[in-house]
Design a protein around this ligand. Structure first.
Ligand SMILES: Cc1cc2nc3c(=O)[nH]c(=O)nc-3n(C[C@H](O)[C@H](O)[C@H](O)COP(=O)(O)OP(=O)(O)OC[C@H]3O[C@@H](n4cnc5c(N)ncnc54)[C@H](O)[C@@H]3O)c2cc1C
Length: 447
């Protein structure tokens, strides 16, 4: 398989006997939440079944964007970019965060109309998005040989290095006295008088009254073990990494660019992360039928970009028990790192399109390919907050393909809620209860 490189983090030798809070899952969300909890003075254990950042959080494009965000996420993404600004100081490391801008360009007039609606929304939130005329798009990308009729750009948007971020944040947690456990699956929860009293890991229990489930694609399986659930489905997305472009090739952009037939982001090493827009593969599973009604609007919105498959994942999921004893191996130990096969066909398409648009990059080499499983909710907004039916349990999951940029803000918000502190932003749009209280899970028309 083809994992992207991710900075290694050495595990503590064994879990602590007790902690004020335990965070399940060391992706960007769990790492940021754990650091924020430690900064509040709580003793924290961050517990990861594989390696820190090994799943979505090291496999993503590395865009940190406000542009095109759902209105419900705008206050949180603005706060998150401010958290990213502080992250080098908090971790003592360069995570590659640069406010180098995000731009989309197009050859379709209908897209420009949608982007104008976004620019109006951005203005209400004091975000500096602006439309690009044909001439302005050409000026922003002077080496492009493409017939783009215009675009939209947000200069204050950023990018960061997924391979560095979660590991550096986990190390910062450790520097503040927190515990970091890797290759240590959390099998489930123990309760006393109905409230969480411990997590059971494969290396033994940790007594705690506060648990944050930040388990990405695994969150619903974890919940099901405890008679809870959230509508969560996963799609597979592929990414290609180029080597640094040979001189004297142009710098396409120092930030991120979404073009009609490729999307890229400048890497700290001078290369690019490249993908084919929103192209994803969706392996049908029993949950796809279980949550069909809730996800139907999302499916209709994405079907142009989605390849449906019915294959082994269906059978694997069918065989997957939703209950297991806490003193034996759990499903989380059986798959340490989700590492799906990349789709070479779509990546080759994106690479050809990039080379057509920027002929000076014709000689650029491919340094790696990988894929990741994106966990999504029906309204494409995450769940962040308490799980009322299980006192002591909180969740931060379902980031629906855009959790990296919003990660530091979301982690901080989750930490505020776990600690009972005033929240960074209004958490109501992210409440877990919306999945079961009759709320219409509406998708907002995005970019
Ligand atoms: C190809 C791709 C491109 C993307 N591009 C972008 C982008 O440009 N910008 C953006 O903002 N977002 C992007 N995303 C989305 C972003 O990567 C995710 O939303 C974000 O990383 C989610 O972080 P997380 O911490 O919730 O999940 P994850 O990073 O998946 O972390 C969850 C962790 O929990 C661990 N875990 C699960 N169960 C257990 C257990 N029982 N015990 C212990 N550990 C457990 C897992 O091993 C995993 O490491 C992209 C995603 C992909 C796949």
């Amino acid at each position: 398989m083809a994992s992207p490189p991710v900075d290694p983090v050495v595990s503590d030798p064994s879990p602590p006997a007790a902690a004020d809070a335990v965070v399940v899952g060391a992706g960007i969300i769990g790492a940021c939440a754990a650091l924020a909890l430690a900064e509040k003075g709580l003793s924290v254990a961050l517990v990861e079944k594989g390696v820190v950042g090994g799943e979505q959080s090291s496999r993503n494009w590395g865009w940190c964007r406000q542009q095109g965000r759902d209105s419900r996420e705008i206050p949180l993404i603005k706060a998150s970019l401010a958290e990213w600004d502080r992250m080098a100081g908090r971790t003592g490391r360069d995570l590659g965060f640069r406010r180098a801008g995000v731009a989309y360009v197009t050859d379709k007039p209908a897209e420009l109309a949608a982007w104008e609606a976004w620019v109006a929304r951005a203005r209400e939130h004091q975000i500096d998005s602006r439309m690009l005329s044909r001439a302005e798009a050409a000026e922003l990308f002077p080496d492009a040989r493409a017939d783009w009729i215009g675009g939209v750009a947000t200069p204050s948007d950023g990018r960061a290095e997924p391979a560095r971020a979660a590991p550096a944040i986990a190390e910062a947690l450790r520097a503040r006295g927190g515990h970091v456990l890797t290759h240590c699956a959390v099998r489930g929860l123990e309760t006393e008088a109905g409230a969480v009293s411990a997590v059971v890991t494969e290396q033994g229990p940790i007594r705690t009254r506060l648990v944050l489930l930040a388990a990405g694609a695994w969150s619903n399986l974890f919940l099901k073990r405890h008679g809870l659930e959230m509508p969560q489905l996963c799609v597979r997305a592929s990414v290609l990494r180029t080597a640094p472009a040979p001189a004297p090739a142009p710098a396409v952009t120092d930030g991120a660019l979404g073009a009609p037939d490729f999307s890229l982001r400048r890497r700290l090493d001078g290369g690019y992360n490249l993908a084919l827009g929103g192209a994803v593969a969706f392996d049908l599973t029993p949950d796809a039928f279980r949550y069909l009604r809730a996800f139907w609007p999302a499916f209709l919105a994405e079907r142009k970009h989605m390849r449906l498959r019915l294959g082994r994942p269906f059978l694997d999921a069918l065989r997957q028990p939703t209950d297991w004893p806490l003193d034996g191996e759990s499903p989380f130990e059986r798959t340490r790192i989700l590492d799906p096969e990349p789709d070479d066909r779509v990546l080759d398409q994106a690479l050809s399109a990039l080379k057509r648009a920027f002929p000076a990059l014709a000689g650029v080499e491919v340094a790696g390919r990988w894929a990741g499983l994106i966990d999504a909710t029906p309204d494409a907004v995450p769940a962040i907050g308490p799980v009322a039916a299980q006192p002591g349990l909180f969740i931060a999951a379902g980031f629906s393909g855009h959790g990296f940029g919003i990660g530091p803000g979301a982690g901080r918000l989750a930490a505020d809620l776990v600690a009972g502190d005033p929240p960074l932003v209004d958490p109501a749009p992210f409440r877990f209860s919306r999945f079961s209280d009759g709320t219409t899970l509406a998708l907002e028309a995005g970019l």
